[in-house]
Design a protein around this ligand. Structure first.
Ligand SMILES: [Zn+2]
Length: 278
């Protein structure tokens, strides 16, 4: 199996603890990685502010601003060149599926697409309270505010998540549509906090399988992400083990992703995932 970390961040992430991506790349080389993907969160459109249910601070912490995009790409490409003889570095964005704002996403991807060689399709936002979009992975309090009604009936929450994911995978985002689905199952970020069931209803399982079929038809790969393993209230891989198994049997390519925001997170849990995928 090719040793690749398919999902990492950089100092362009607005979360202040992010370390210099060059140090992260050096760590990946030391760990024997052959490929490495810098996938910074794509900026969010101005129109998103009207649809977002959480507070402004949370929204601003989510992604870089539009005017940082050229700097990010330039920086990432300079590292790509500098380390070309040691590591194949991919440059792209973790692009959120924003229902109703697909037009903006297509324009963004058309603009940056020629400068990227890979992008991740992410689903960090889901419709919740007041019909607004709420972020799935901020804090348990914010999650409870946004999705409180659905928490009484977790199957509604899961159904909403996986049906939105199905829309995301089917969405026509233009020629640069992201070809990797990241963090499938992020809706479980606080599963231990809220006591969410670890199994899905048959309806939900069916939705997940439809997502995998849609991915397969589009030639998309699936990230096997370890970030949740290290989250206090998640403690699990993205996606669930049976989903990984099903994807593998269907021929959906699987890619390890650390979602590292700093040096010590690069490649974390890699051997456990490798053993699972072999
Ligand atoms: Zn990420």
């Amino acid at each position: 199996m090719l040793k690749i970390d398919g999902h990492t961040h950089t100092q362009f992430s607005p979360q202040s603890h992010d370390e210099d991506a060059e140090l992260m790349i050096q760590r990946a080389i030391a760990m024997g990685f052959k490929e490495y993907a810098m996938m910074e969160r794509a900026p969010l459109p101005a129109e998103f502010a009207d649809q977002f249910g959480g507070n402004t601070e949370l929204r601003q912490l989510a992604a870089m601003s539009m005017d940082q995009v050229p700097q990010y790409l330039e920086y990432a490409q300079s590292l790509q060149r500098k380390y070309a003889h040691q590591l194949r570095i991919h440059v792209g964005f973790e692009v959120d599926y924003l229902p109703g704002l697909e037009g903006w996403t297509i324009n963004f991807l058309n603009e940056v697409g020629p400068l990227t060689d890979n992008n991740i399709l992410a689903l960090h936002y889901l419709r919740g309270r007041d019909g607004k979009l709420w972020e799935l992975d901020t804090t348990p309090d914010d999650f409870a505010t946004g999705f409180g009604d659905m928490l009484q009936f977790p199957e509604h929450l899961f159904k909403s998540y996986y049906s939105t994911l199905l829309h995301a995978v089917h969405a026509d985002l233009g020629v640069y549509t992201p070809r990797c689905v990241g963090q499938m199952g992020l809706v479980r970020q606080f599963q231990d906090y809220f006591g969410l069931p670890r199994t899905l209803t048959r309806d939900c399982e069916y939705l997940v399988i439809r997502v995998l079929h849609a991915m397969h038809a589009r030639g998309a790969s699936l990230e096997v992400g370890v970030a949740g393993l290290y989250q206090e209230f998640n403690n699990e891989l993205y996606p669930l083990p049976w989903v990984i198994d099903r994807a593998r049997r269907m021929g959906v390519p699987l890619v390890y992703g650390s979602d590292a925001h700093n040096v010590h997170e690069v490649g974390r849990g890699y051997y456990a995932v490798e053993a699972l995928l072999e």
